[in-house]
Design a protein around this ligand. Structure first.
Ligand SMILES: CC(C)=CCNc1ncnc2c1ncn2[C@@H]1O[C@H](COP(=O)(O)O)[C@@H](O)[C@H]1O
Ligand SMILES: [Zn+2]
Length: 362
């Protein structure tokens, strides 16, 4: 059975089971979600209706079950979505929809990340971009959506050192002015473009001013030197880390650095399989790190683009690696210790314990 077949069959199991039970599977913390990659089908439809002249169809914004794309093709998808999301109204709608959808999936703690964008044609500035996401988080809170949301400002590696430094300053301003809603900085973007050495001063500055750092590292095989360098900062979490270990062309020295600092990994099964950096679910590096007892957190990456959600990622991990409900519960519980909101951790642990009995009735 190929990974994709597995994916498909689990999706049906997941849907039929979910109809009869509480929406919460193992209680969820989502720590790696790019805002514009998380836009659902129904939100895309609303955006397309607002901008019919763009002639964008849903097939251009999502990679369905059974489909795989090269990394390059995946990054083209983000360009299409960015065309659809280019005003403050769009950002507000997209962010609120994404937050509500994670909540409906049972996610109780969400760290969203997004790259501030300036759009000349609509007058949107990077500052207004971040303010609008913060506004969406506040509105959801006021509307009683049952989820805690924090925000990471993202640096797109393609834009170079100067933009990275500006983004860090913006993130620092918002960290200080939002009462703790902005908690960190993400480094993402096409891993084939740019080099982390140029971004080191900006990342270092972010760390020094108290922003937590989550860096996409070794997402492709050619990044070993960059990872050596960036792991010295050290980051507070690692996105993907697909090619860190020696068996896939990384090195023991990289693994040792990650282990020395006990740096948690954010692992996104569907994203890596559909983006073809991992050949099948069973080959995913989740197993390598999980067997080592290293902190590993299941995440969606881009739930809209990859047509998944966090429950489905947990279900995939459980069936692919033969994990029990108790294992999954522990995995979900340990994710709490990896969040960038230490002020919430005690409260989240309490919430997870309260939800536990309902989860084991499945
Ligand atoms: C192509 C592929 C397999 C994607 C998954 N892996 C990724 N690797 C690096 N950066 C990413 C990935 N997914 C999303 N992003 C970043 O998130 C952005 C979209 O969300 P946003 O506009 O920042 O709100 C993309 O433009 C890109 O900068
Ligand atoms: Zn990512």
């Amino acid at each position: 059975v190929s990974g994709i077949d597995l994916h498909f069959s689990h999706q049906s199991t997941f849907i039929s089971r979910r109809q009869n039970t509480s929406p919460s599977w193992w209680s969820h913390g989502e720590l790696h979600a790019h805002l514009n990659g998380s836009v659902s089908f129904s939100t895309i439809e609303k955006l397309v209706a607002r901008k019919p002249h763009l002639n964008i169809e849903h097939g251009m914004t999502a990679i369905r079950s059974g489909q795989r794309r090269t990394l390059d093709e995946c990054f083209q998808v983000f360009k299409v979505i960015h065309q659809l999301v280019d005003t403050e109204e769009d950002i507000l709608m997209v962010a609120k929809d994404v937050i509500r959808e994670f909540a409906a999936d049972g996610v109780k703690y969400l760290e969203l990340r997004s790259t501030p964008r300036k759009e000349k044609t609509t007058g949107m500035t990077k500052r207004r971009y971040v303010e609008t996401v913060i506004e969406a988080i506040r509105q959801c809170k006021n509307e009683g959506v049952d989820i805690e949301v924090r925000f990471l400002v993202a640096v797109d590696r393609r834009n170079g050192a100067e933009v990275a430094m500006e983004t860090v300053k913006l993130a620092e301003d918002f960290m200080l002015s939002t009462g703790g809603l902005v908690v960190g900085l993400d480094l993402s973007g096409d891993p084939m473009v740019g080099h982390g050495r140029d971004l080191l001063p900006a990342l270092q500055k972010a760390k020094n001013c108290g922003l937590k750092l989550s860096l996409h590292l070794s997402e492709v095989p050619s990044q070993a030197d960059e990872s050596e360098l960036l792991l010295n900062i050290p980051p507070d979490r690692i996105g993907h880390g697909t090619f860190l270990h020696p068996e896939v062309g990384g090195s023991q020295s990289l693994v040792d650095k990650v282990r020395k600092h006990n740096t948690p990994l954010e692992l996104c099964l569907t994203s890596n399989v559909k983006g073809q950096t991992v050949s099948s679910y069973s080959q995913h590096h989740f197993l390598y790190w999980y067997q080592m007892g290293h902190p590993s957190v299941l995440c969606t990456d881009d739930k809209g683009v990859f047509c998944t959600d966090l429950s489905q990622e947990y279900q995939l991990a459980a069936s692919t690696f033969n994990l029990s409900q108790e294992d999954m519960w522990t995995l979900s519980q340990k994710a709490i210790d990896c969040t960038f909101a230490p002020d919430l951790q005690q409260q989240l642990h309490q919430k997870w314990l309260e939800l536990r009995p309902t989860l084991f009735q499945l």
